[in-house]
Design a protein around this ligand. Sequence first.
Ligand code: UT7
Length: 335
Amino acid sequence: MYTSKIIGLGRYVPENVVTNDDLAKRMDTNDAWIQERTGIKERRHIKKGDGNSTSVMAVKAAKIALERAELDAKDIDMIVFATLSPDMYFPGGGVEVQEMMNMRTIPALDVRNQCSGFVYAISVADQFIKTGMYKNVLVIGSENHSGGLDFTTRGRSVSVIFGDGAGAAVVSRSADETSGILSTHLHSEGKHKDELSLQGPSTEYWVPEIIADDPQENIPYYPYMNGQFVFKHAVVRFAEVIHEGLAANNLQASDIDMLIPHQANLRISQFIQKKLGLSDDQVFNNIQKYGNTTAASIPIALTEAWEAGKIKKGDLVVLAAFGSGFTWGSAIIRW
Ligand code: UT7
């Protein structure tokens, strides 16, 4: 068995800052409600004409990760791309990255596990490296949420939460057995699939029918979230899957140097922090600046924490996510 290790990280967010007050001009909401319920102060949105898309942002983050890994795009053996907001319905964004980065005809796998997407993608990369099949895997999470949200009052409970951005990690084979990805733990519970979902356009709500039926209010083409239901499950599953990962490695919560939770809601992160008995220094949050960027949230946060010098060699870093599906997972990493 080989060891796999994150050797390069990158992030990209669009320049366009959208504050809570900006949103209050478009719908019946306010800064106090958004901050109190979610912790979010502002988020980034792609601006029409700025050249960004889910795959373009992915490439920008990936180039930084590659440079820091001191690798060339030609060295990458596989792309694993997590997103719920691809540029096209099909093919997925992985092949766009392969083309834009002028890579070899390597496999490009698209992961559709929403907020858990990056943890799932890291797990996939880890398995391909540990079996010896590939040496360097590019793992990306990227989202263009602003292109598909309802910015009227009808959609306010969802649209104030989500933001755009991308993060990337180069996961590589390593000879050092004392560090790297120790284990990953993944779960799903499909009976709750409707609680956080986007139903159309799809084969169930297919485009011609949508056009024929027309009455706009009946078309489920904006995301739906049963917020309180999701919240209640999130706090349980986050703690569970972190404990599962720690136990598998004979570790305890007090051993964690840095927990990077998926940035779903600051209240969820604070709840988990308390449940695990962690100090402020042991948990990284940046939802205040970017909102919830779904598959991109963990790689953006991980990159920022690393850039700020909060992650050092030998540290125990834990990634954990929960979201639509429901799906959830954790990754236990010795840096
Ligand atoms: O990343 C994937 C996983 N996602 C999550 O984990 C999200 C989990 N859920 C949440 O974060 C929270 O449930 C929300 C932030 C989505 C909502 O917070 P909440 O405390 O659960 O509020 P609520 O949905 O119970 O709504 C409370 C009130 C309602 O009004 P009434 O019925 O009490 O009169 C809503 O209509 O707040 C109203 N409301 C808003 N008011 C101002 C909903 N959205 C807004 C808004 N601005 N944007």
